[in-house]
Design a binder for this molecule. Sequence first.
Ligand code: UN1
Length: 493
Amino acid sequence: MNFSNFVGGRWVPSASARTFENRNPANTDELIGTFPDSTVADAEQAIDAAHRAFESWRLVPAPKRAEILFKAARIIADRKEQFARDMTREMGKVLDETRGDVQEAIDMTYFLAAEGRRLHGQTAPSELRDKFAMSIRQPIGVCSMITPWNFPMAIPSWKIIPALVCGNTVVLKPSELTPLSALHFVTVLEEAGVPPGVVNMLTGGPAVGEALTTHPRVSVVSFTGSTAVGRLVNQNAAPHFKKVHLEMGGKNPIMIMDDANLELALEGCLWGGFGTTGQRCTAASRVIVHDKVHDRFVDAFVKRVKALRVGDGLDPAMQVGPSISEKQLQKVMSYVEIGKQEGATLACGGTRLTGRAHAKGFFHEPTVFTGVTRTMRIAREEIFGPVVSVITCGSLDEAIEIGNDVDYGLSASIYTQDINRAFRAMRDMNTGIFYVNAPTIGAEVHLPFGGTKATGNGHREAGLAALDVFSEWKSVYVDFSGKLQRAQIDNAE
Ligand code: UN1
């Protein structure tokens, strides 16, 4: 199947006529489709279309914009199963998880579409007589969005829906590894009645990304991906003072105290560490365990990790899918080597799976390193694969210190029965998301999502915080006194 770009309300090939292939990471014999390998000229056309559409879309009453989005949510809900299956085929994660990904897009669409009847500003008394004061949100213009492959429908929804409800227009470049799920989402928006040019999508590589982050007509750039690329995005966008939202890496710890419910902690570490094959920015890639329970925890954890079933995500018996690509798998394998060389103990896993069921995909054994120290690269760098590093600690203070001692600050969690410890950790972990007695993954759509330090640049998506990325405040003063009144002067005593 040959898929197209969506520009100005029409499905069109790239002007280059070049395409690239999208293949199933669980079985590379399966071609999902070919997609346009777009050029800078294609990106310019999409930006122009979005720029033209902005003038009319911004004037559509927000509740009307919202009606279209509600309809889109209903259509996605109707097609959830098909979209989930296609997502597993192109991305690899197991069906339960791709259903969750589609559900997250539905939830986000309902949640933020409802803002069409709110988009609250403030009214405040004026310091002057016969004068009215208020603030309102205004749309900004063309928003470009660069989205990753690990949440191929959810993350485009996190960006597109708040942008649209606020009255902006969109140019989306999804990851080249998962364009089909983004295309499904955009197709639904078209079907629901989003007018031509309001949402545009084009597939392609870094040249398109560069155009979307440098073009003078783009006002907002929202990017989710690696910290290295996020830095480039920020630099590209700086000369024109674009508003930039960045959501980047993580090295998220689960802290297990000596009073923890160990069975619960085990389940959390399995899900947080190996769910989505460890390919979440929120993945629990570090487990910091109190030394009093360390051995007991590790024994049970390793047993359970060895029992995880790795394979094609369409098979309901499987719990862990493939890595997304050969390149990503190579990265995982190189970190396994790094861990060994650094002197960590390989407690289980560590090898690519190449048997008959795995030979055509990018499968790797779920891997646990123990005896990891906080200075090791496997304890500090984002691996984005099925590798968990276990570190010991002697106290809550030490766990928090180790937990915070990385460049990233996305998510963290603690397992303890002691409410005082839980609250101290909640206060002292320098992250954007924190969990008590739950793993580091599992954020819900109606709360802000994002992180501190090298994870982000101070913005949040999801929750009402998403509106702040895609709107600007306008403060409005209406003087109905009929005379010149000077603030700070005419009302001074
Ligand atoms: C990501 O980690 O890349 O909180 C996104 C979660 C999901 C979203 C994760 N709702 O785990």
